[in-house]
Design a protein around this ligand. Structure first.
Ligand code: GDP
Length: 327
């Protein structure tokens, strides 16, 4: 019998890569999708990876407990991956309560559905390095105290601790992966790496002159989503559920990440980059740098893609996509 996985956020970057990985391992994959009256389910990421027709889409919503109970009862998953969230930090100041409902209470809803209907399943919670916020230690590990700096990060902190609590209270196999920023050609355009790679591609093709950014001195530990979904799966294959930091152990400024993209297309960053104060955040996370040694020790996880390789892959994908629009 094929193992069954249930993924929330399956239409997002990580959901698409994870679905692809699990399908390649012979899993049956179902994804929970949030329908709205005006839009089709956006499965373009799953299509890009060539797996859209192999994922079973089921209608549900993280803020609707009854929908989750019904889905878990009907699908009987062996593994549940909670990747769904209102995940854009900047928007969380505009929609803090929506963010709390989806990104915090939604985790509790899904854990309840699993506890009631599939107590032996394994649970993965997508926690975030944003929880470290105003960092309390120059290198962040599983034991570094958290200090969230946005409504998004506060909500993620609830999701993290409720996962730990359900493991400790009810003995569920529930793990929290504290993932540092991870990107790919499938990253949403609202995140800085993709904004940069698409912006640079547009400039290289002569369709734009400038790229407007906010705080380019912020430092992030960026890895590739394809490497990071492998870590999610590995966590759930361990006998004991635990929490793990997933990161590269290298930090880079937004500015230096940008330089990689400009350099790849032979352009000078100084001629195109414009700093726009409107893009600065009410509270900033200045530096993130993760220590992934626990995951390496426990199950041999190491990232395989460098920042340079990833940014080049993203620029090339954006160039190809933009050229195809031109026809
Ligand atoms: P985050 O770490 O989850 O907030 O990921 P982002 O990719 O959205 O942002 C990473 C960093 O880039 C943050 O410190 C932002 O302040 C900084 N940044 C600078 N300019 C921009 C911009 O134009 N858009 C975004 N999204 N971030 C920017």
């Amino acid at each position: 019998m094929a193992r069954k996985a249930l993924i929330t956020g399956v239409t997002g970057q990580d959901g698409a890569y994870l679905a692809q990985l699990l399908l390649s391992k012979g899993y049956e994959v179902a994804g929970i999708v949030r329908r709205s009256s005006h839009s089709q389910v956006s499965d373009h990421r799953l299509k890009w990876l060539g797996v859209a027709k192999d994922v079973k889409m089921v209608d549900g919503n993280l803020i609707d407990l009854s929908s989750l109970i019904r889905i878990v009862r009907e699908e009987r998953p062996d593994e549940i991956y909670n990747l769904g969230a209102q995940s854009f930090v900047q928007s969380s100041w505009q929609q803090p309560l929506l963010t709390a409902n989806v990104t915090a209470v939604g985790v509790n809803n899904l854990l309840e559905a699993m506890r009631l209907e599939a107590g032996n399943a394994r649970f993965y919670q997508a926690s975030s390095s944003e929880m470290y916020g105003l960092v309390q230690h120059p290198i962040q590990s599983e034991t570094t105290p958290f200090y969230p700096r946005s409504p998004y990060a506060v909500a993620k902190l609830y999701g993290h601790w409720i996962t730990v609590n359900y493991r400790e209270s009810f003995g569920l196999h529930a793990s929290s992966g504290i993932l540092f920023n991870h990107e790919s050609p499938l990253r949403g355009l609202e995140f800085v790496t993709r904004k940069v790679t698409q912006g640079v591609a547009n400039i290289a093709l002569g369709r734009a002159k400038e790229l407007r950014l906010g705080n380019i001195q912020a430092k992030r530990d960026w890895g590739h989503a394809r490497d990071y979904v492998r870590a999610m799966w590995l966590m759930l294959q361990q006998d004991k559920a635990e929490d793990y930091v997933i990161a590269t152990g290298r930090t880079t400024t937004v500015e230096d990440m940008c330089k990689i993209a400009f350099r790849h297309v032979g352009l000078n960053i100084n001629e195109h980059l414009v700093i726009d104060p409107a893009l600065f955040r009410p509270a900033e996370v200045d530096l993130l740098l993760g220590d992934p040694s626990k995951a390496k020790r426990a199950f041999g996880w190491v990232p395989e893609t460098s920042l340079e390789e990833m940014i080049v892959e993203m620029v090339e994908a954006d160039l190809a996509a933009l050229r195809s629009v031109q026809g």
